[in-house]
Design a protein around this ligand. Sequence first.
Ligand code: SF4
Length: 899
Amino acid sequence: MIRLTVDGRTLSVAPGTRLLEAVRAAGVELPVLCEREGLAPEGGCRLCAVAVEGAPRPVPACATPCADGMRVVTTGDDVAAARRTVVAMLLADHPVPCRPPGDARGTCELEALAERLEVPLPPPGTAPAETNGVDRSHPAMRVRLAACVECGRCIRACGDVQGHHVIAWHEMGRDRHLAFSGRPLLGESECVACGQCVAECPTGALGPEADLASPAEAAVDTVCPYCGVGCGITCHVAGGRVRQVTTSLERPANRGRLCVKGRFGLDYDTAADRLTVPLVRREGVPGPCGPHGFREAGWDEALDLVAERLKDIAERHGGAAVGGLGSAKCTNEDNYLFQKWLRGALGSNNVDHCARLCHSPSVVALARMLGSGAATNPNTDFRIADAVFLIGTNTLETHPVIATFVREGHANGSRLVVADPRRVGLAREADLHLQQRPGSDTWLVHGIAREVLEQGLADTAFIADRTEGFEAYRDGLLALDMDAVERVTGVGRAALAQAARILGTAGSVLTGWGMGITQHVAGSLNCAAVGALALLTGNLGRPGAGLNPLRGQSNVQGASDMGVLPGVFPGYQPVADAGVRDKFATAWGRPLSDVPGLTVVEMMRAARDGGVKGMHVMGENPAVSDPDLAHVHEALEALEFLAVQDVFFTETCAFADVILPAASVLERAGSVTNTERRVQAVRPVLPPPGRARADGAILVDLMARAGMPGGDPDPAPVMAEMAALTPTYAGMDAERLGEDGLVWPCPAPDHPGTPVLHQGGAIRGKAAFLPPKVLPPAETESADYPYLLTTGRTLDHYQTGTLSRRSRVLSTLTPAAWAEVHPDTLREVGAADGAWLLLESPRGEVRVRARASEGALPGVVFVPFHFAETAINRLVHDTLDPEAKIPEYKCSAVRVRAD
Ligand code: SF4
């Protein structure tokens, strides 16, 4: 320990402690502008200067390390005068007030310091004319350089925290000012609008573009409704709208970071076309129709219709004639009640949701190998792993805050290997990018594993102690034809060997993956290959070492946990298990089917064939999200009855008989479970519009109408009922979630939760290697369809755009779809960058503009799937992974023509 005195008080601090921290520990709060927790110290503003005995002049406390025997004085006329001089100089050309009165960040820190140090503020309006004016070139943020105090916090926030490095100093000396990608206007830069600079700016130099004229009436802590990172947010509400979103370092999933969607994309909630009253299809209106095809109805009429029609179908044809899609946008409590409604009141296990379309292969593979299909480690472990392996994930756009943790670890020396057919954002920064051909992931991962074996890098002690089935796996790897691996993947042996060296020699490896490897007929095999590579290198059950399938939507983990899956009750308890079934049947007072139901795509096929006749879709949009859309639309039209429950009139609503207006997740209480298994409370930020109601209340009313007591619809009693029946959630209740939430398994009320899974051994006992298998894509290039289509997400939008495309900021930043194509391929089809292309598959055609990219593989076309007017899923085939039943979104053969 280091001993020093601060204003005569003796302290002991750990080596490496900065003087500012020691001074704070002594109870002295120094003025400071350029320093902030979470940012590297800079020592630029010199407001925290203190006198150190023996030093020729005061030193900045924020940037000076403590030393043994230091004698520090924080007060004194000289020091105080120097601080006042600095503040007065900064105020000389500072516009007052520089932040709008409603800014949730409060008063400008410089103005607050001036008050504290008794430096007079210039009268409002007396600041010199703002030569640069206010830059409003960006849809989310505005820049007012006159208010800049050159603290550099925005530069460190943009570069060190988020890793974007868009903001930097331009010019030197008195002319020094901020520039954005070297340009004067923010809107012309490569800014991705994460807003970290706004969060860190101490003045009004950087601020939200939104009007902040009136102070917030409420600040509500909740969880971002978009992706599975599950960032904790605080919504500042005024005039019935979310005016600003902030977060804090204390929120465990995101530690003070957000992306553009969470920071600026919540304005969708008050979009003008919210569903606010129940709608019933007008008599005699056939086929898909817009809102004009419906008439307003009362809740009683709408609920009676839904309950009567679905119950009638179930009674006439059996429960299996009814199906339901739950929602990863809704809370755990809503999803628990949804499967209870389908199973208990309608007698059907045909209940599924979009997890089928993203991570069902991860669940199949990991559950078999480890005993649990969920991510093993916290989000923040991506910054402590010695190496990170990302495969099939464009993390920078799909899970942006996790990408910041990856970048932070990489900046601190971790190694990064990215495997993806596109040169996605993090691939450009990685130590190694493996650019495998779509559909060749199993070959690629087994090829790396074979190199691990051959280089003697297998963790033999881990394998012996913690695994089983290694011999068959090893023999399969040794039988692998490595020439075929090179040929199929397009990745050379040297690169495979390099990946093996990085992953086989790191002390800890955290592997993350996304839909790039799951959305294949070989999805489960791909995930098993990734899992086996982790076992082979001993990377499981430790901080920084594990397997994290990066879950998509905000509550896709929770909707799965709640049993919105055809074969399992909540907590993955099989419907075919008599003991489990009896437990739920007793609790619900209803007999329950022991026959596992149909998955998403199987339900649509059954609807087209007449096997499924009635459906209830809650918060999903299969008319855009499912593969082979022409057939999906036929299926929806063929239904005898369709009820859709949602917040907006989605493309699926066009096929409905009854539409039930739901409160959004910003408008009610409950819980959601993020990708790291953290169950967090969501709280009502706004009131539901019109007569919209919480999903849980709607479902309980439907159950009552179908003759089944649904219980109390409030989230707390629903969670209590669910926890009593679900061992992994048994220790949770609404009160316990608090601010940080709880990470399952949490089996008892005094259990602290389990941030790292499989510590000391896999949940199933020994972790199981599966013999290495490969399976080619169901569809490959042919003479008629010579190119490959692959689909995915983009930073500014989410799923079918139901929410994100109604956000002003998000839809301004990315208004339309595009096709990413290699310039060679564009030349081949005779089209230029920006030209219209016609993409055709045996199932349909789509017109989309070309975007040339050297990062694409020649012959492979990428199109994002958020845009209904460019519904790329028209072209995608619906061949399924035989086990996980996920369709192969990532590999369809297409023709490409200049249009
Ligand atoms: Fe965080 Fe995801 Fe929301 Fe972005 S979209 S703020 S990464 S939860």
